[in-house]
Design a protein around this ligand. Sequence first.
Ligand code: HEM
Length: 534
Amino acid sequence: ATIHDQKLQRGAGGELHQFAEDGMPVLTTAQGGPVSDDQNTLRLGARGPALIDDFHFREKIFHFDHERIPERVVHARGYGAHGYFETYESLAAYTRADLFQRPGEKTPAFVRFSTVAGSKGSFDLARDVRGFAVKLYTQQGNWDLVGNNIPVFFIQDAIKFPDVIHSVKPEPDKEFPQAQSAHDNFWDFITLTPESMHMIMWVMSDRAIPRSFRFMEGFGVHTFRFVNAADESTFVKFHWKPKLGLQSVAWNEAVKINGADPDFHRRDLWQSIQAGNFPEWELCVQLFDQDFADTFDFDILDPTKIIPEEILPVKPIGRLVLDRMPENFFAETEQVAFMTQNVPPGIDFSNDPLLQGRNFSYLDTQLKRLGGPNFTHLPINAPKCPFHNFQQDGHMAMRNPVGRVNYQPNSWNQGPRESPVQGYRHFAAEEQGPKVRLRPESFADHYSQARQFYISQTPPEQRHIAAALTFELSKVETPVIRERMVSHLMNIDETLASKVGHALGFKSMPKPADAAMPTRQDLEPSPALSIIER
Ligand code: HEM
């Protein structure tokens, strides 16, 4: 046999495998053409100009030039892992979702943890909310529980999302500060948006600097619905409880870690999973009905409120285990597309106005971020159950209907059919009312739960909150914004307000903020400002 022959082998399917002189597979172009020289461009003479004939060079550079896709508009920095969810007991009384019918049932899962505000290249220990997005590949299609590690949110209505995010991202003229919340625009928006006060207390607490992803809680935040086979609905709030317990770092530790190892959280997840220490969370639910909801002064549709666990304990319904890292970060963690609207039969939405808006936003943003309508063809986003539909074509289509039929009804007795029995039925909630843009009165109390959160903290945790507020507000250059924030704190806890006020150099306290939405936007010094040392 010639040397040439030894380097060719037929595979099981008759395909030709080509090996280089050292026995490694031959480098090829994306079109499969074997490459002879990957070190030099094709030139006219060794010192001459490059030639446009060099298709290998052109293809290689073209592909490199297009490697980047837009980072997520929020939650850009994230890290994911595969695993499974195991159901503890049948929840058939509450939901017809297939994954909750049989004890011991295992559902494949992919989870992506993230920070919200920083860019893709930012550091892990930022003071920030953490995303806790879970994709469960159920037998009735994907269920995405796109949650955070804080159970409430900054805003009550999705129409304010661009505003809160613009305010926390770097200022548009300067493109700094990168460091999360510590700047005028963020605190300006927050202090003009009192509904954010409960969330702000959590963000200023140790919850916002977790020790690692493995020590974080997760929350679905909104009230959702379980719907059973008889089409009866039960409200449900979702909680993830880490088996390792909840742990955070202190602020001075966070600052040092960010400097020494900006990848601290992703490294921790990678190392623990590679070492076989698989992190685990219990999925817990709070289940309740409308009568129970009516016992509260606040509205269960308001995403700035929690239902205290002392009043309604959480019930563990299954466990999530992460036991495998992605093989390729980009293919899986970067291209995964979570969407709140991905729910299987038996899980439904409430009228929470933040959730309703999210249900539009995620599909819309994936279209842009992942470059077209076929991102469900990517393995990480494809369902792991059988699926059939007539969707076709579009950029990068990898699955098209086979055969003649790509519509229904059809006379050829071909293709999939809708099923009123098996298919998704929306809960037939009774709805009526005038078409209005109006915040309900039941969403008006912005301080009670912020106060409850603060007083539920231990003394060291309370000191950390005061220190965080002082640090953050000391970075705010516009005095009236500092004053506004302290006037909100007066409504939350006067001792906290005075601690922060004095640390910021206030000689006396401003009046408590007007609990109604302050529309005051002037930056003229207020009478109270004359008593602030600058
Ligand atoms: C991304 C959670 C509110 C729009 C994310 C991610 C999480 C998350 C965890 C990252 C997903 C991933 O890892 O890929 C939440 C929570 C919210 C909330 C818990 C409130 C309770 C909103 C609202 C909107 C919104 C109100 C818009 C109206 C987005 C967008 C992305 C995103 C556009 C980027 C998605 C992507 O490019 O893949 N959110 N979010 N979010 N969120 Fe939210």
